[in-house]
Ligand binder design. Structure first.
Ligand code: SF4
Length: 295
């Protein structure tokens, strides 16, 4: 099993920037995206969540192709969710109306028949939240599945065109947040209270690589490391008054705030994104942005 055994410091903390003033509103909710943004680049966190700036630059080129990929990814997630809620397959299949969507959809149906039929309960599109220090931690799950012996399996659908390395996925805040939060706030899914870390697992399923899911079991040690790291990072966010630009200029190539930071105007290309796999937020699902499917 891969594990992240250290508490990551943001660039701001590594540089020892003076920390003097809280700028976060009291009702601020932390999520895997906000934490990942802060860990990747404190300035991006500031611009996105504190200053609430709109995206002034295309995140990747070609912009039209990127937009299409985003829309197909969002549509795919909605199809999967509707399927898991019991909408008949024939109604949904005709909505998979591009070659890419059709292929993902067929891969998903095969996967669902093979892997999901054996669970006792399936809970698609679940939002969980729990106190995290003075704030709250929230996460939206594509699917939480419960086994007969009360194990909780988190499924997350990814539409990447390249299969990321397991080590990379293991270190991402999504992997750490989703498992830890499920333990904190997921007692309603099983008869076992509280749930044990060993009874929790996260699975990434890739629509383009249906036979290569990435599996991340959990244990007590990793859970403690994750929760402590979450507390530490949120405390740092809360008290930070300096939000420095990242030293890793690779991250800027796919960042929409390049023009604010004088870090270039030309967006990175999609192929490079897939090689670097540092722009997963581009393709991450934001349920609020997804329209309802019309039948
Ligand atoms: S352009 Fe670079 S320095 Fe500026 S917010 Fe984005 S990642 Fe950070």
């Amino acid at each position: 099993m891969f594990g992240s055994d250290k508490v990551e410091l943001s660039d701001a903390a590594k540089k020892g920037d003076k920390i003097t003033l809280s700028m976060l509103p009291n009702n601020f909710n932390f999520s895997q995206s906000t934490l990942q943004d802060y860990a990747d680049c404190a300035r991006r966190f500031q611009l996105r969540y504190l200053d609430k700036l709109n995206y002034p630059a295309a995140e990747a080129e070609p912009a039209v192709e990127n937009e299409r990929h985003l829309q197909e990814g969002q549509y795919f997630h909605r199809l999967a969710q509707q399927y898991l809620l019991g909408i008949p397959i024939d109604k949904l299949s005709r909505l998979a109306n591009t070659p890419e969507l059709q292929r993902w959809w067929e891969n998903f149906l095969n996967f669902a028949h093979k892997e999901l039929d054996g669970f006792t309960s399936l809970y698609p599109e679940v939002t969980l939240s729990a106190p995290l220090g003075k704030f709250r931690l929230v996460a939206k799950y594509d699917l939480i599945a419960v086994t007969e012996d009360n194990k909780l399996i988190i499924f997350d659908w990814k539409t990447y065109r390249k299969r990321p390395r397991d080590e990379w996925l293991s270190a991402r805040w999504q992997t750490r947040v989703y498992r830890a939060l499920l333990l904190e706030a997921g007692s309603q899914f099983t008869a076992a209270k509280p749930n044990k870390p060993e009874h929790c697992e996260m699975v990434y399923w890739f629509s383009n690589f249906p036979d290569e899911p990435a599996r991340f079991p959990y244990n007590e040690k990793q859970y403690k490391l994750d929760w402590n790291a979450l507390l530490k990072l949120t405390e740092e966010c809360q008290s930070a008054s300096a939000f420095p630009l990242t030293d890793d200029r690779q991250k800027c190539a796919y960042c929409p705030y390049r023009s604010y930071c004088n870090r270039g105007t030309q967006a990175g290309d999609l192929i490079s994104i897939e090689v670097e796999m540092e722009a997963e937020e581009l393709f991450d699902l934001n349920f609020e942005q997804i329209g309802e499917i019309e039948f």
